[in-house]
Design a protein around this ligand. Sequence first.
Ligand code: NAG
Ligand code: NAG
Ligand code: NAG
Length: 457
Amino acid sequence: MATGKSATNPCFVLFLFLLLSFLPELSSTSIFPEEALPTKSGYLSINPSSSSAIFYTFYEAQNPISPLTETPILIWLQGGPGCSSMIGNFFELGPWRVVSSHSQNVEHLSVEPNSGSWNRIFGLLFLDSPIGTGFSIASTPQEIPRDQYAVAAHLFAAIKGFISLDPLFKNRPIYISGESYAGKYVPAIGYYILKKNPQLPESERVNLRGVAIGDGLTDPVIQVATHAVNAYFSGLINERQKKELEKAQWEAVNLVQMGNWSEATHARTRVLNLLRNMTGLATLYDYTKQVPYQTGPAIKFLNIGEVKKALGVNESMVFEECSDTVEAALHEDVMKSVKDKVEFLVKNSKVLLYQGQYDLRDGVVSSVAWMKTMNWEGTGEFLMADRKVWRVNGELAGYVQKWGSLSHVVVMGAGHLLPADQPLNSQIMIENWVLDRELFAGKENEVNMLSNFRGSL
Ligand SMILES: *[C@@H]1O[C@H](CO)[C@@H](O)[C@H](O)[C@H]1NC(C)=O
Ligand SMILES: *[C@@H]1O[C@H](CO)[C@@H](O)[C@H](O)[C@H]1NC(C)=O
Ligand SMILES: *[C@@H]1O[C@H](CO)[C@@H](O)[C@H](O)[C@H]1NC(C)=O
């Protein structure tokens, strides 16, 4: 109608100007582009009578090699206790990692695709567990788990809740993986599922096929006693320091034997502080690093209102990499072993234990020390199995040792947060292990042939 008039209206001109100058800028600076969003994210109930909930992000397989209804789903659990799986997601193995750049002294955060993502051919589910961790909600501090049974019971409810979100998730093979303190959670939830399944009608069961632990704390009493020899033979401490460290380790072991769990946890912390102090390293997570892992940009990213909103998180929530409250709740759990749960899993499913070569906290020596004490009929054969040289495109990637349902991988050039250091090799490792390919190809037939042969003698 009054077109001529409005075109000259200064308000309209201002509006047009604002529209033109703002719109392109808004979309070009948008920090979390559509294609980087998870397929699904939100909250999973842990129990119908509680408002506590586990936060999740799920990324469907990018290039599945099977129909989606048969495509495996990998679950990822971060360690701590109390550290968020969003660090795994946005710093280690998720499809988009947070990167930081600086221009004119201003930090600019963005996300970029991770070609080593673990969701290349599998679905990938990150869970913030236990409640109180990351974006998960603990409606009261009393509800935060204080032991692995409670952790597993919450996770079981969350996993069942997730499966029921979409008919596409029903019956897909599930593999549970995790790092560091998840060396406790992964066996605990795996065992819980295998024990629970037979009590449920077939349609209600969780189709667990295997568990994978990276740089894990699983049998702390054996593991805490390995720091001194490990550091000594890595050339990081001298003989006198080795003796001093052994004394501190012995104190932790002794407190465990006395059942003084709280003091035993403190004693372990003293061992790690002493080792750090003696070596002067930037981080025990990787003795080659001059600076610790730089998770700061991911933490800042997760505290941006727009990001929280996109993930389905209340914008008033403050994201912390690790929760002190959760750590405190599990304080007496730290030195307790779940080795028996791994023994059950290796007998009834399959297990992968992998470590970065440079990890001084829960690395190779620390893991092998408890693996060789496993009460499993295959332990002897596993220990005698060949340790195969693993190459990727002609380059040394690490070593793989496998017997029956147990696989062990040492990844070269990696520390504790292994997928952050070796994204592509970690992706190849997890894919080949899940699919029993390459160095993980089954030798079960050979084993059977051998026992038949022996039987006929
Ligand atoms: C645990 O050890 C500490 C330090 O030796 C001691 O003070 C405490 O009383 C012990 N607690 C228990 C339950 O034995
Ligand atoms: C180790 O601890 C002592 C005493 O607290 C301190 O003086 C020294 O600087 C520490 N050394 C390192 C390498 O951190
Ligand atoms: C977000 O959290 C605040 C503080 O806990 C609460 O008052 C508000 O209702 C929440 N908003 C939504 C949308 O849930």
